[in-house]
Design a protein around this ligand. Structure first.
Ligand SMILES: NC(=O)c1ccc[n+]([C@@H]2O[C@H](COP(=O)([O-])OP(=O)(O)OC[C@H]3O[C@@H](n4cnc5c(N)ncnc54)[C@H](OP(=O)(O)O)[C@@H]3O)[C@@H](O)[C@H]2O)c1
Length: 268
């Protein structure tokens, strides 16, 4: 019960990783606020999670719209009085397109939800955290914000932005006892990847590129969030924890041979 007595707002928790965070946090004793764009869905998940013996509430709003964010945060404050932990999880990755084919609307959608949305939620909740004497913020970035992936330009840029936002906010808000960290998961077997999980040879092809030879289990990402939300991480601030199964060390097959060849030519 590492989060007993805490109030956690988890954006985008009607399904996928967000719902897993909500269940994981509730099992550790935290009251949880379930959020998505659809209020009925959020309320239904809140009811489910309440079965774990904590208080839950469903709120709705588009994270890329400041008045929605302000309204939902105020609703939470009216009901719970405070927010101890904010998990900025809501995110989208709606298309795979070469850079030259990306439309303005697509760019705005991805950056709007994934980056502006994180900023707006941090700001609205951060103002309350400043007033209440502190809190913890966990931003869900992605390994794609560190490594870069072909066909995912706006997604990669948005997640790289989240990593930088995390650093600067941590620096600025240390004085208010607000700790801000991020998680950068690699490929997770769940959430937005659910539609492809039964597609072979795609999944085994993806897994073969990862040193651990498998996708991440959602609960492995939840455990990192629990660590960052708990007192166990009391001196970690401004960091992005990369959980990619070792993928960041990956180079395409033949790369090492090419390097060896070049070294030989140079006499190295
Ligand atoms: N799955 C992965 O492999 C993976 C890897 C690295 C990082 N991530 C990150 O992890 C987070 C969760 O991903 P997921 O795979 O669980 O995705 P998901 O299953 O598609 O869930 C996304 C959640 O975000 C909400 N959402 C989407 N747009 C929103 C908006 N404009 N305003 C408010 N809520 C919105 C959705 O709720 P409604 O549709 O009900 O509004 C839903 O609850 C994302 O930030 C993603 O980038 C995922």
């Amino acid at each position: 019960m590492r989060l007993k007595g805490k109030v956690s707002l988890i954006t985008g928790s009607t399904r996928g990783l967000g719902k897993e965070f909500a269940v994981g946090f509730a099992k550790e004793g935290s009251d949880v606020i379930i959020h998505g764009r659809d209020k009925e869905k959020a309320k239904a998940v809140a009811k489910e999670v309440e079965g774990l013996g904590i208080r839950a509430m469903g709120v709705s709003g588009d994270v890329s719209v400041s008045r929605d964010v302000e309204r939902m945060v105020e609703e939470v404050i009216q009901s719970f009085g405070r927010i101890d932990i904010l998990v900025n999880n809501a995110g989208v990755n709606p298309f795979i397109l070469e850079a030259e084919k990306i439309g303005e609307e697509g760019w705005d959608q991805v950056l709007g939800v994934n980056l502006k949305g994180v900023f707006l939620c941090c700001q609205a909740v951060g103002r309350r955290m400043i007033g209440q004497g502190g809190g913890k913020i966990i931003n869900i970035a992605s390994a794609a914000g560190i490594l870069g992936e072909q066909g995912f330009l706006p997604y990669c840029v948005s997640k790289a932005g989240v990593i930088m936002l995390t650093r600067v906010l941590a620096y600025e808000w240390s004085r208010y006892n607000i700790l801000v960290n991020a998680i950068a998961p690699g490929i997770v077997a769940g959430g937005m990847n659910t539609p492809i999980l039964k597609k072979e040879p795609l999944v085994s092809g993806l897994a073969s590129q990862i040193p651990l030879k498998r996708l991440a289990k959602p609960e492995e990402i939840v455990r990192i969030a629990l660590f960052l939300a708990s007192e166990d991480s009391s001196y970690i601030n401004g960091t992005t924890l990369l959980a990619d199964g070792g993928m960041s060390g990956y180079r395409p097959a033949g790369f090492i041979d090419l390097v060896a060849e070049m070294m030989k030519k140079k006499g190295g």
